[in-house]
Write a protein that binds this ligand. Structure first.
Ligand code: ASP
Ligand code: MG
Length: 457
């Protein structure tokens, strides 16, 4: 059985919804279909919440527009016989949404829990519409079976319970049934309150379901033809990638490719379920297939991406040869705070250690390091950590990258010749990814340059 996920643009207009209908109805037998909110709606729900809680009565017009958009779509895509029923369900949801806005407008504040409730309406409504639109469609309410738990203040999937509940709920579909599931939304295992899997989380809903059911494939239907060798808005010559391994796709996503939500890959990777990226607006295109092994005609290098808003931290030791212990301690305290570390080669393997973090973690990281190394700092054994900001991590992803030292050197050389200073690089520390830390403003120059070196010979 297949699990398909349709993103916001795919369910965002009458024309695209008609494509979704065609695609889903052409699947023989049963399938699970995960849907996002109508394109742009989650942003709209959030901005309207900010308006209301800020005391701006303009929120009422926004609320009107949200209602109108849904009713217009229903009128055009839902079979006439079902429209009254669907209108009634959507009307009730909209009323509930409106009461939430009224509440925060009076309260003049926006508690996180209430925002979670507000953003949940996007998927709650889109799934009702899609279920009424496709033949043999039946809606299942994901907050009843996608469960989250708290982890350092974040909501993460409660895998064990979720796995079981998915099996119980979706494990026994009718012969031709198309189970329509709202993506993104969930409930807390302990409190039962509405939560979500994070922005872009519908992909992850699809992955959790595919893994629990042992699906044959997870198809992610979006608005591009697949993963590309570079962002086509920056590199004109960018090409579609036919095939990636799970690890390669994960690296491309973590370093800035916005095709899928990075956590999506773990559950299906562990169950070895292939992912296919497909385009709702161009269903004939072959797309990108993601599996666990390289394929025969794979390109050696798959793509180049840039992750912006990166900061580089450097610690200098006064004495040589003691780098291992401080390195371990630094990694330890930062990982305890869930700081994401981008490892780079140490500038001097005996006395200097360096690593990159995302800008949002930079300040916290500096504080943590200051505390951790307080004794050494006061005795002067190490110098205060140095922070360099406004950087980008440019990543080149592919096979056997550890052994591509000639290519790595050539790229470093070309960047420097172009006047782009390489602040740090990954050296040979990963088999999948070469990283160059450069000035953020230079990344739109660096990407075409690297792309032409690698792909346009
Ligand atoms: N609607 C949610 C968002 O825009 C989830 C998703 O689309 O995957 O982030
Ligand atoms: Mg979305």
């Amino acid at each position: 059985m297949k699990v398909l996920k349709f993103g916001g643009t795919s369910v965002g207009s009458v024309a695209s919804l008609n494509n979704v209908k065609k695609i889903v109805e052409s699947i023989p037998g049963k399938a699970v279909i995960v849907v996002s909110a109508l394109g742009g709606l989650t942003d709209k729900l959030i901005s309207t919440a900010k308006m209301a809680s800020g005391g701006d009565s303009e929120w009422q017009n926004e609320m009107e527009a949200i209602s109108k958009r849904h009713f217009d779509i229903i009128k055009n895509v839902v079979p006439e016989a079902a429209q009254t029923e669907v209108n009634k369900t959507i009307e009730a949801l909209l009323q509930e949404l409106k009461r939430n806005y009224e509440g925060i407008f009076l309260l003049k504040s926006l508690p996180e829990k209430v925002l979670d409730v507000i953003v949940s309406f996007g998927e709650r409504m889109s799934s009702v519409i899609v279920a009424a639109m496709v033949e043999n469609g039946k809606r299942y309410y994901s907050p009843e079976f996608i469960k989250t738990e708290k982890w350092y203040g974040k909501n993460i999937a409660d895998r064990k319970l979720t796995d079981k509940l998915i099996k119980d709920t979706l494990g026994n579909l009718g012969e031709n049934e198309k189970a329509i599931v709202p993506g993104f939304i969930s409930t807390d295992t302990v409190s039962g309150e509405i939560t979500n899997l994070g922005r872009g989380g519908s992909d992850y809903t699809g992955a959790l379901i595919a893994a629990a059911l042992g699906a044959e494939i997870l198809e992610i239907w979006t608005d591009v033809d697949g993963f590309m060798t570079a962002d086509p808005r920056i590199v004109d010559e960018a090409l579609i990638i036919d095939h990636l391994t799970f690890t390669e796709s994960m690296e491309l996503c973590t370093f800035g490719a916005k095709v899928i939500y990075p956590p999506t890959i773990y559950p299906v990777f562990h169950s070895n379920i292939p992912i296919k990226i497909l385009n709702t607006f161009n269903p004939e295109a072959p797309g990108t297939l993601i599996t666990d092994h390289p394929q025969l005609n794979d390109l050696e290098v798959k793509g180049v991406t840039a992750l912006k808003d990166v900061a580089l931290i450097t610690i200098t030791l006064k004495s040589y040869n003691e780098i291992q212990e401080p390195l371990k301690r630094a990694m330890n305290v930062l990982s305890k705070e869930a700081v994401r570390i981008i490892p780079v080669a140490n500038p001097d393997p005996y006395s200097e250690l360096s690593f990159a973090v995302t800008a949002s973690d930079a300040r916290k990281s500096m504080e943590m390091l200051g505390k951790e190394f307080a004794p050494e700092l006061s005795s002067g054994k190490i110098t205060p950590p140095l922070l360099k900001e406004n950087l980008a991590a440019v990543a080149l992803v592919g096979k056997d990258m550890r052994n591509k030292s000639r290519l790595a050197a050539r790229i470093g050389h070309s960047l420097r010749r172009q006047g782009i200073n390489v602040e740090a690089h990954s050296g040979g520390n990963s088999d999948t990814t070469l990283i160059y830390i450069i000035n953020q403003e230079k990344s739109s120059e660096a990407l075409p340059l690297i792309h032409s070196l690698v792909f346009e010979l």
